[in-house]
Ligand binder design. Structure first.
Ligand SMILES: [Zn+2]
Length: 716
């Protein structure tokens, strides 16, 4: 472990950051801006030394001379003036203030830089022989002081006590290397907290599996020190597995009201009503002491209301976990992300940032949820008949916007679909959605209204074949049958893996003649996850020493790491983790220390029960290679077949080949029984084993298949 690269890395960090022209060393030089002055001063150089010095000290061009020593700065285009323009510049390069580290802010104001340079070009040409700039001691001192201030500001984590013996361990048990299923453990020697307990969805090979729940064996192993479950927000991939955990282990659950209300619904379905006594409702901007940790929930914008990021003070230093997030400056409820708290912790020094990587490839900003409302307006205006809007049932603001605009366009609202009905009910009860009862109608009342007076809000935006929209599209819904005048809005994007089912559902809808509004319509859906510029904003506000990109597949977190490097995090202070990796974080280092057991438990939603692994393996075998049954009676005395074996085969050969196949098996068994050694036929069991082997070899040889083989032998 001593030669752990991460450790070395982190120790080097301090040096490294002092040596290399790191962006983070300095800051926006306000003097820089008034570039126009620059040319003026240049012009005055001969007459007013002080002023000239001033300008040059703060002059982008002065520092520009040092560009050769720097990492290439693509933004610094307007260099030409520098090199051949002004003899003074060259001298300036040697002057002490020019040994300053490059100013990171120079990068930004490129557009501004161009102008002054151009101006300078004109102004400077005739003044090549100007006297060298004098730099007063006062000036030098001021420059030095500002430099120090900027360095401290850009590396606030340096305030963390490096000598501290505090250490924490972080272990994601789900959510890395996959989308969804988020669960992680944060622990010290004596305290552990679980951050989110999410579920994920199966792939097509997991026959009959509805949801996947994380393997809790590591939690079992450390249960003595687990003091809390800490919930960031109410999405299924963050709370969906809580009831399954509670059937094994129970701990206090800390969360905001909506998250706990959603968990309560689940507890009701699972017969865990009494366990609501474990709920601990949190207030944002307050710290909760949980063992060795102090946890604060910071309000965050996302595609569900009441979402939070976490600031966790630990013996090693402060950790910030974004949870799922986007930075929406115009959220529907007006509550923007609590960036002030991020800045607050950032300024005090954050040891490690954990941040959502879902959209790390997306450049720019994720659009505000508000834009979807405008799209709804347009679509309502275009629609002649009924409007059917489908989205994720948890996206309450989306649902609210559809309803609110619908009402303005004179429509009554009918909510259809179990999870949608439940979520609308809960959020109305909690006061998050304020729409009077009079606007709601029941499914059986729809026909009492003209088509243009109806808005149906429903589930099934992922093409789920059990959901309401799919059943409407396939004419299986009790109350709603699609008709050509209907407009269906799918205000969602297919989650990776669901594209096929969404497309299949679209086919059904289009066949009914109805109009579908999906991704071809701009701003019909916006993501709930941060794009690169928002990820950068968080990185800059927090400016952590260490960075762990979380929530995403490997390529997503790797991309997020690149963004972090651009934002001043030392590349060596970033780790790309997989589920089960346990990292130790101390003020000195971040390193992987071990791997713990992780995995998924398969759940059948019909009964909320586990499906064991071997069942799934059997189902996979059945689906891909079929099954062969061989039933046979053998005489105890003679060890001969009493009658021909009964062979039933499914999924291996066509029906018409069954007879031939049975004959082949029969001959094989007859030969076997004639030549068998006594111990091979000592019992029905031993014969079954032999028959299984024979049939298996035969099928592999002739069909290249590995079916399930079930011999049943009776000794009579
Ligand atoms: Zn989420």
């Amino acid at each position: 472990m001593d030669n752990n690269p991460n450790k070395q890395a982190s120790e080097k960090t301090n040096e490294g950051q002092n040596q290399r022209p790191n962006n983070s060393n300095r800051q926006g030089n306000p003097n820089r801006r008034p570039n126009p002055h620059r040319s003026n001063t240049t012009a005055e150089q001969g007459t007013n030394n002080t002023q000239t010095n001033n300008t040059q000290a703060s002059n982008p061009q002065t520092t520009n001379t040092r560009d050769t020593n720097r990492k290439p700065n693509p933004n610094r285009k307007p260099q030409p003036n520098r090199n051949y323009n002004n003899a003074n510049d060259k001298k300036d390069t040697q002057s002490p203030q020019n040994n300053r580290r490059p100013n990171p802010n120079q990068k930004k104001p490129n557009p501004n830089q161009k102008k002054p340079n151009n101006q300078n070009k004109g102004g400077g040409k005739g003044r090549k022989k100007n006297a060298p700039t004098n730099v007063s001691d006062e000036m030098k001192a001021s420059i030095l002081k500002n430099k120090e201030i900027q360095e401290a500001r850009m590396n606030p984590w340096k305030q963390i006590d490096i000598a501290s013996k505090g250490r924490v361990r972080f272990t994601p048990l789900g959510g890395l290397g996959e989308i969804g299923g988020n669960i992680a453990v944060l622990e010290t020697e004596t305290t552990a907290i679980i951050i989110d307990v999410g579920m994920s969805f199966p792939d097509e090979s997991m026959h009959g599996v509805d949801i996947l729940v994380p393997d809790f064996s590591y939690l079992q192993a450390i249960k003595e020190k687990i003091q809390a479950i800490v919930i960031t927000h109410a999405h299924e991939d963050h709370i969906g597995a809580v009831p399954y955990l509670f059937k094994e282990l129970k701990f206090p659950i800390y969360g905001t009201p909506l998250a706990l209300a959603m968990i309560e619904n689940k507890f009701n379905e699972h017969g865990l009503q009494k366990d609501t006594s474990y709920f601990r409702f949190v207030s944002k901007r307050e710290q909760y002491t949980i063992g060795d940790f102090k946890v604060e929930w910071m309000h965050m914008t996302h595609s569900i209301i009441d979402a939070c990021s976490l600031a966790i003070e630990t013996p090693a230093g402060t950790l910030v976990h974004t949870g799922d997030f986007k930075i929406d400056h115009t959220p529907i409820d007006g509550y923007t992300a609590d960036l002030q708290r991020f800045a607050h912790y950032g300024a005090k020094g954050v040891l490690c940032l954990f941040s959502d990587s879902t959209n790390s490839y997306k450049p720019g900003f994720t659009k505000s949820e508000a834009v979807v409302g405008n799209t709804f307006d347009t679509l309502y205006m275009l629609a002649k008949g009924r409007m059917i809007m489908s989205t994720f049932s948890s996206n309450v603001h989306r649902i609210y916007q559809a309803m609110d605009r619908g009402i303005k366009h004179g429509r009554k609202i009918c909510v259809i679909g179990r999870s949608m009905e439940r979520n609308v009910e809960v959020t109305r009860a909690l006061g998050y959605v304020d729409i009077p009862d009079k606007y709601f109608i029941e499914p059986h009342e729809i026909n009492k209204y003209a088509d243009h007076e109806v808005l149906i809000v429903t589930t099934g935006s992922q093409g789920e074949d059990m959901a309401a929209l799919f059943r409407m599209a396939t004419n299986e819904h009790r109350h709603i049958k699609l008709k050509p005048s209907d407009t269906i809005i799918i205000s969602a994007k297919a989650i990776p893996g669901n594209e096929g089912s969404v497309s299949r559902m679209m086919n059904h809808i289009v066949k009914t003649g109805a109009t579908v509004r999906y991704q071809d319509f701009a701003d019909i859906h916006v993501s709930g996850h941060a794009a690169q510029e928002e990820q950068k904003l968080i990185l800059r506000l927090v400016q952590p020493k260490f960075f762990l990109p979380v929530h995403g597949e490997y390529n997503h977190i790797a991309q997020h790491a690149k963004t972090a490097v651009k934002c001043g995090v030392n590349e060596r202070n970033i780790l790309l983790m997989s589920d089960g990796d346990q990292v130790e974080i101390t003020p000195k280092y971040l390193k992987k220390v071990k791997t713990v057991k992780t995995g998924k438990t398969f759940i059948d939603n019909q009964n909320n029960r586990e499906i064991h692994d071997d069942v799934i393996i059997d189902r996979q075998k059945l689906a891909s290679d079929g099954i062969v049954n061989v039933m046979l009676q053998i005489s105890k005395q003679t060890h001969k077949m009493i009658s021909k074996p009964v062979v039933t085969i499914h999924g291996v050969i066509p029906e018409k080949q069954t007879r031939k196949f049975t004959e082949e098996i029969t001959v094989m068994i007859e030969n076997f029984l004639i030549n068998a050694k006594p111990d091979q036929v000592i019992s029905a069991k031993t014969v079954e084993n032999e028959v299984r082997l024979m049939v298996r070899k035969h099928v592999i040889r002739t069909k290249k298949l590995y079916p399930i083989i079930i011999p049943t032998i009776f000794y009579v």
